[in-house]
Design a protein around this ligand. Structure first.
Ligand code: FEO
Length: 197
């Protein structure tokens, strides 16, 4: 049996829904909102930076590095969108950042991986600071939301550390770098379905 909802009931439901959002918006502190908006900036910059690295690899002839960093760029964008959805679902206005011009030329494949690790470490620190804010605010929903990011950063840092170690293990001559490029090709992760709220 279908129940017909009257227009006035629809309006009432919309009002209640928006009130729930408004109530929660008041629970998420301004500090936390700013930190999450800032994280959108970091994820967006990381996505752009990895895109520039992918492009440099592609033009330099590192096919594995190119595939790897195009995928990394997409992944960072998905992280950014995850936060956009989270804030939007709480009724918090999201500030979509302007694009920061990333570096476009690099010294070597090894230097790119080191820059990437450094970038991940910066992101990890920012996420840990947000966890501290969530704890201080007793903002348990945001604390739970951030757990995924905490685990993701452990994986990301480990991944880059292991790739950088390959230069010590295999070497830095042309054959070794070609081998490491092949390792990058098989390190490409399938797109994660983590863009949902
Ligand atoms: Fe989304 Fe790898 O930081």
């Amino acid at each position: 049996m279908f129940s017909i909802i009257s227009p006035s009931q629809i309006i009432l439901n919309a009002i209640i829904f928006n009130q729930v959002k408004l109530t929660y918006t008041m629970k998420i502190s301004k500090n936390m909102q700013n930190a999450l908006n800032n994280q959108i900036v970091l994820e967006s910059n990381a996505s752009n930076s990895y895109l520039a690295m992918a492009s440099w690899c592609e033009i330099t002839g590192y096919e594995g590095g190119s595939s790897f960093f195009y995928a990394q760029s997409d992944e960072e964008r998905s992280h950014m969108i995850k936060i956009v959805h989270y804030l939007n679902n709480l009724g918090v206005t999201v500030v979509i950042p302007a694009t920061k011009l990333p570096a476009s030329s690099f010294k070597s494949l090894e230097s790119i991986l080191k820059i990437a690790l450094n970038s991940e470490q910066t992101v990890t620190s920012a996420i840990h600071k947000m966890v501290e804010i969530a704890q201080k605010d007793k903002d348990y929903p945001t604390y739970a939301f951030l757990e995924w990011f905490v685990n993701e950063q452990v994986e990301e840092e480990t991944k880059f550390e292991n790739l950088i170690k390959k230069f010590e293990l295999i070497g830095r001559d042309k054959i070794a770098i070609n081998e490491i490029d092949k390792i990058l090709a098989v390190s490409v992760e399938p797109p994660a379905s983590n863009t949902a709220a």
